[in-house]
Write a protein that binds this ligand. Structure first.
Ligand SMILES: [Zn+2]
Ligand SMILES: [Zn+2]
Length: 207
């Protein structure tokens, strides 16, 4: 998915930060919440059904640097999975906003591996404690011709991308994986991601 546009990395206008600066900032910001997330999971009680106040790293405008943000994840619906995020890769499309015009504030990140912290009443694929991965999509209409043919990325009513998309369940917009928690419809959580393997390296497989 992330290779659908393969433009040169050097064609940015003056408003776009130098790529190396973004990489440096991203690496530092991504590392911090992961460490906290791992510690917090062992010490905090079960999360309940939300909504969940969540720490994130994002940008409030095209010219502002990545920085700490507070976002809210929706309350757990019957088909939702709460993920306590462990790792999130940095993809070139996070840096270049390859998904098209973005919405601010934006919290990027779509190569996500997390530990299931809670599940909705109708969830069948996951149990608390499982690992789950999330890629670039978190929802679609589920009823159109393409969705019924397992081509949710071509949903005729609009794929919900992992960040900077309209959240068709709660309203507002979606936020990506540079954050402590995510609530994602079960269908869009990939099971067995990095199970028994290197979880950090596993993030790239859900790009
Ligand atoms: Zn659809
Ligand atoms: Zn990617």
């Amino acid at each position: 998915m992330c290779n659908r546009r393969n433009e040169s990395h050097d064609e940015h206008g003056p408003a776009v930060p130098d790529r190396r600066e973004v990489l440096r900032a991203g690496a530092a910001l991504v590392a911090a919440p992961l460490l906290v997330g791992v510690t917090a999971r062992a010490q905090t009680p079960p999360a309940g059904n939300g909504p969940y106040a969540t720490r994130a790293c994002g940008a409030t405008s095209a010219k502002s640097p990545l920085g700490p943000l507070q976002i809210q994840r929706r309350a757990l619906g019957p088909n939702d999975v709460l993920l306590d995020l462990l790792y999130c890769g940095i993809c070139h499309s996070d840096i270049h906003s390859d998904w098209g015009p973005t919405r601010y504030p934006v919290v990027p990140g779509h190569e996500i591996v997390g530990r299931v912290g809670a599940v909705g009443s109708k969830v069948t694929k996951f149990r608390v404690g499982d690992l789950g991965g999330v890629g670039c999509m978190v929802n679609s209409c589920g009823t159109c011709e393409n969705c019924l043919a397992d081509r949710e990325q071509n949903c005729l009513n609009g794929t919900t991308f992992t960040y900077a998309s309209e959240d068709r369940i709660s309203g507002g917009q979606t936020f990506g994986g540079y954050s402590d928690k995510m609530v994602v419809t079960e269908k869009f959580v990939i099971g067995d991601t990095a199970q028994g393997r290197d979880q950090e390296a596993g993030t790239g497989t859900v790009c």
